[in-house]
Design a protein around this ligand. Structure first.
Ligand SMILES: NC(=O)c1ccc[n+]([C@@H]2O[C@H](COP(=O)([O-])OP(=O)(O)OC[C@H]3O[C@@H](n4cnc5c(N)ncnc54)[C@H](O)[C@@H]3O)[C@@H](O)[C@H]2O)c1
Length: 437
């Protein structure tokens, strides 16, 4: 890939469009408003807080990423979105129950000004969801056109210079790519005959790409990870990324598993279970939606441990993932992992992880970073799948010829090296011979 010659400045307003104004989206929006006013710190966001080392270790150059990259500032963002419920962002945030009253009250007026646009919603793809705020149209092609008109209208009304989108909608049923997903012409024909292989989220992605709006998928469904979407993204020079935000349990998995593998410690079993009581948990209670999440969660460990290369260590691994809907916990998810591992001469040991996390608190900084980094990617002339953003995803999208990197530390290195490369700085290999004469 060619290094960007120059990156356009982030002037003007950036429209950040979030299909699905639920817990994650409203926590993101409220957090940005609070950070903007200096009331709260955007903890967890690399674009706002992280530093990046440049040059040799002797140079002492470690600027903040936001001072190194020409990113849009938080005060340049205008948020918009779609939902099947007409509630404004203040009401939706209150319903989600993630943020405490003082935080909500501080930004209530700003949140109230965000009204979701009517959703494209065919209920077959999310069976446990029923909402009245939906578009009508003769076929899926017409739905895409309505979404495109929404995007243009939002950009016009907000006098935005550019837009990006991050799917924060509910998890849809498991779909495998079919013939309709193979190229642009097949997908366009599929839209006209309302092909059942084309889900709601795919229509949003299609509309965004056609409008030149970079698109990231935060859920595990088939949305933008198929050949036709890649082809369309290349035609319109749009960066795309996915899928499924890497937040709690999988974040831990992609730290622990590489550690055990790098020490050649064996694993015979890994049992992961969660209790979760928000709307996402309710939707994942439907086996068809759970299947999308299960495939996304299971894949990481298989790739990380490479049992085909180490059959004596991981060939018999039993991996199980459960999610239990348990309303009393709301958004405060609890995850348990039991890892049965073995060491020297096969002697068994165990690790237990009990992560009392907050789902949307972990996801919100990811949404913000993806929005700002995809906007940067577009201004740098990058198009198609942005593998360097793997860091943020449970099931990273890659080029078709390669397997995804799941190891968080490889992903972090890839992310930062791509930032250095984009800005014409030296890529850091960590070889370090130069310090030893
Ligand atoms: N929070 C996390 O840690 C995390 C991690 C990984 C992935 N995710 C994914 O992020 C997504 C959002 O999670 P959440 O907790 O905010 O869920 P949520 O249920 O609170 O919000 C989802 C919203 O999407 C809306 N929606 C569904 N289909 C839509 C459509 N076709 N058009 C417009 N709106 C639509 C729903 O009405 C709802 O308001 C889920 O798919 C979830 O699996 C979350």
């Amino acid at each position: 890939m060619k290094q960007p010659k120059s990156i356009d400045k982030a002037t003007g307003t950036l429209a950040v469009l979030l299909p699905g104004l639920g817990a994650v989206a409203t926590t993101t929006i409220a957090g940005v408003f609070l950070a903007r006013r200096g009331i709260a710190t955007p903890v967890g966001s690399l674009t706002q807080l992280a530093t990046i080392r440049l040059g040799k270790r002797t140079e002492g150059r470690s600027p903040r990423i936001k001072d190194f990259l020409p990113l849009a500032g938080l005060d340049q963002i205008a948020f918009g979105g779609w939902d099947v419920f007409p509630d404004d962002a203040a009401a939706a945030a209150a319903h989600a129950g993630v943020l405490d009253a003082p935080h909500l009250e501080a930004v209530n007026a700003e949140l109230q000004r965000i009204h979701p646009m009517k959703a494209v919603f065919y209920p077959d793809y999310v069976r446990r969801l029923h909402g009245p705020h939906v578009k009508t149209g003769a076929d899926k092609a017409e739905m895409v056109e309505q979404l495109r008109a929404d995007i243009r209208g939002f950009i016009r009304e907000n006098k935005a210079a550019r837009a990006v989108a991050v799917w924060c909608g509910s998890t849809e049923i498991f779909l495998s790519p079919g013939s309709v997903h193979q190229d642009v012409a097949a997908f366009e024909q599929g839209l006209q005959r309302s092909d059942p292989g084309i889900s709601n989220s795919q229509m949003y992605a299609w509309a965004c790409i056609k409008e030149g709006v970079p698109f990231a998928n935060g859920a595990p469904n088939l949305t933008v990870d198929f050949p036709a979407a890649e082809e369309l993204a290349r035609i319109h020079h749009v960066p795309i990324a996915g899928k499924d935000f890497k937040t709690g349990q999988t974040l831990m998995k992609t730290v622990i598993a590489p550690a055990l593998r790098s020490r050649m410690l064996g694993i015979s079993g890994w049992f992961s279970t969660n209790i979760l009581g928000n709307r996402d948990g309710e939707i994942l209670d439907d086996p068809a939606s759970f299947r999308s999440k299960e495939v996304s969660k299971l894949g990481a460990l298989e790739r990380l441990l490479a049992p085909h290369l180490h059959p004596e260590l991981y060939g018999k691994l039993y991996h199980k993932v459960r999610i239990e809907y348990y309303p009393p916990r709301g958004d405060a998810k609890e995850g348990w992992d039991n890892i049965d591992l073995f060491g020297w001469l096969g002697y068994p040991m165990q690790i237990k992880i009990n992560f009392l996390c907050r789902d949307s608190i972990l996801a919100a900084p990811i949404v913000l970073d993806l929005a700002l980094l995809l906007d940067l990617a577009a201004r740098a002339g990058l198009e198609g799948t942005q593998e360097w953003l793997s860091f943020y995803f449970k099931s990273p999208m890659t080029a078709p010829s390669v397997y995804p990197e799941h190891d968080l530390f490889i992903q972090s290195m890839k992310l930062k090296n791509t930032m250095r490369w984009m800005m014409g700085e030296e890529v850091i290999s960590h070889l370090g011979r130069e310090y030893h004469g």
